[in-house]
Ligand binder design. Structure first.
Ligand SMILES: [Zn+2]
Length: 290
């Protein structure tokens, strides 16, 4: 696609996005640069299986609740926080669930102390974004993949009823991230099965997305661009309460994720955007909300 074609494509897509105010907007990005609406309906949703339809189930008029599920708090807020901020800004409920405190992430601070710092930072950051921070307190680096943790996540999903979940993509070099991917996929399945009796009734998660995380880049293919321009500043303020955001643990998270939001914005025609990979086959889409 040459520059002129891309400009036309972005212009066309922008008009399409502006014309649609419902939660699900679809465009197709074909090789020819033509843009059009993609139907998001017509797929029956099996219990426990993320659907491809309108997460609100009522024509998209209700803000969609969102849950970020990450191995570590840094992943939850840096790689998944902007989509959560975008949904809470629209009035949806936001929950950050970390399977561990990421307590072994500091080179200089003992895990017990660092874990407490991570917990407090998560709670402050979540408050800034109008969301809640929850933890399962598995040991950092040792998150197990078994039915105990899958049902624990299932229970949190059933309690908070997110329409959208954002989590890790499986193509990661970090074992905890790989574990989280497997755990969440099965937890979503368990959560949606009415025949599985838990404290809370079954809940179908309408959409499952994988986050654009520098540690999970193997075979990551973004197919959705979410406009986070309106919440960009608030999201960076929230992230800034974590010492590791400033690069104190060796990686410049601040520079990486703020630059990435600019780069993804350039590609999608938004000021700032987050790229996501959907669990189901979908055409490339540009969204103002999830
Ligand atoms: Zn991590």
């Amino acid at each position: 696609m040459n520059n002129a074609t891309r400009r036309n494509f972005l212009k066309d897509v922008g008009l399409g996005a502006a014309a649609l105010s419902v939660a699900v907007e679809g465009v197709s990005a074909s090789q020819t640069g033509q843009a059009g609406e993609a139907s998001q309906t017509g797929h029956g949703q099996m219990p426990g299986r993320p659907g491809t339809g309108d997460p609100a189930g009522e024509g998209g008029t209700r803000p969609t609740n969102i849950m970020a599920i990450a191995a570590h708090p840094g992943d939850a807020f840096f790689a998944m926080g902007a989509p959560v901020a975008a949904q809470t800004d629209l009035g949806g409920q936001g929950v950050f669930l970390s399977l561990s405190l990421g307590e072994k992430g500091s080179r200089t601070i003992p895990p017990a102390h660092y874990g407490q710092m991570q917990r407090e930072a998560s709670e402050r950051a979540a408050q800034t974004l109008g969301a809640r921070a929850l933890f399962l307190d598995y040991s950092d680096g040792e998150i197990p993949v078994n039915d105990e943790v899958k049902f624990a996540v299932c229970d949190v999903i059933r309690e908070h009823k997110p329409g959208v979940i954002v989590t890790h993509w499986r193509g990661s070099w970090h074992k905890d991230h790989q574990a989280c991917y497997s755990i969440v996929n099965d937890a979503v399945f368990y959560a949606g099965l009415p025949a599985i009796t838990r404290k809370h009734p079954a809940h179908n998660v309408a959409k499952l997305f994988f986050a654009d995380n520098w540690e999970d880049a193997t075979d990551f293919v973004s197919d959705t661009y979410l406009d986070v321009s309106a919440v960009f500043d608030r999201w960076t303020q929230a992230c800034a309460v974590f010492p590791m955001w400033r690069g104190e643990n060796g990686f410049r998270y601040n520079d990486y994720y703020t630059s990435l939001a600019v780069e993804r914005g350039c590609l999608s025609g938004f000021q700032h955007a987050v790229a996501l990979m959907s669990a189901s086959d979908q055409l490339t889409r540009r969204l103002h909300s999830l």
